[in-house]
Design a protein around this ligand. Structure first.
Ligand code: MG
Ligand code: MG
Length: 249
């Protein structure tokens, strides 16, 4: 069942989303060659908890052991932070963060360059982030989730990359994962209809090579099947009677 949020609930999510956006700003400062993904996790957790009432949504969610997901290079999502995973110049790291505040979750991811990266990887990041904006622009009452997916997929295709189909965006609010599913592909006017008060996480995952995925033996980390690199950008967005409201900007 799709749960529409009250204006008050959306205000609460905006407050949590502000903490989440600030946490990403801390990640941007912290990401550098030589830092481990466990250190990034510690920075994020301490920063979130420094805000009274805020906790990391992911810690313990389905048994996940950390506050962020940190996915390096060919890792698409759900990478487990580790002191042994040290970032090198030229890597990319996708950092996915959830904040629980005032009874509501928000969810946002960004892929960061570690030091300087090659031009093709830079383009992968740019096209993925642009595709998120294309998707957000479709988050309007009367549109359908298919309009969001179609806009994302079209932009990614134009860029010469592919969207991951095995993983999708989702409703978010009282729970981290709510209905409806929000795929990164689709057909206009298909799928669940959007209404004011719907809050969704839109999150294109884009691969430089094959769209196929597999899960590592750690049972969390999802990687590209061909080892090609993958980028992930995500915002929590409220559908309103006016413009789409990005709660995690
Ligand atoms: Mg996320
Ligand atoms: Mg999400």
């Amino acid at each position: 069942m799709v749960q529409l949020k009250s204006a008050r609930e959306i205000e609460t999510m905006a407050a949590g989303g502000k903490i989440l956006a600030a946490t990403h700003a801390e990640m941007r400062k912290a990401v550098r060659p030589g830092i481990s993904t466990a250190e990034l996790d510690a920075v994020a957790e301490a920063f979130i908890r420094s805000h009274t009432g805020a906790t990391p949504s992911f810690k313990g969610l389905y048994g996940f052991p950390a506050s962020i997901c940190a996915s390096v290079n060919e890792e698409i999502v759900h990478g487990i932070p580790s002191p042994r995973r040290v970032l090198n110049g030229g890597d990319i790291v996708s950092i996915d963060i959830g904040v629980y505040y005032g009874g509501m979750h928000t969810d946002s991811a960004r892929t960061y360059a570690v030091g300087s990266i090659d031009a093709e990887t830079q383009r992968l990041l740019q096209v993925t982030e642009e595709s998120l904006e294309q998707g957000i622009a479709q988050a309007r009452p009367g549109n359908h989730v298919g309009d969001i997916g179609a806009a994302i997929e079209a932009h990614v295709k134009r860029g010469g990359f592919v969207v991951v189909r095995d993983l999708v965006g989702h409703g978010v609010g009282q729970s981290m994962h709510e209905e409806p599913q929000v795929p990164n592909h689709g057909k206009p006017k298909r799928g669940a209809k959007l209404a004011a008060g719907l809050t969704i996480a839109i999150e294109p995952m884009v691969n430089a090579g094959s769209a196929e995925t597999r899960t590592l033996p750690d049972r969390w980390t999802v990687v590209t099947i061909d080892g090609s690199r993958s980028a992930h950008f995500e915002h929590t967005v409220a559908v309103t009677e006016d413009e789409p409201l990005v709660l995690t900007r």
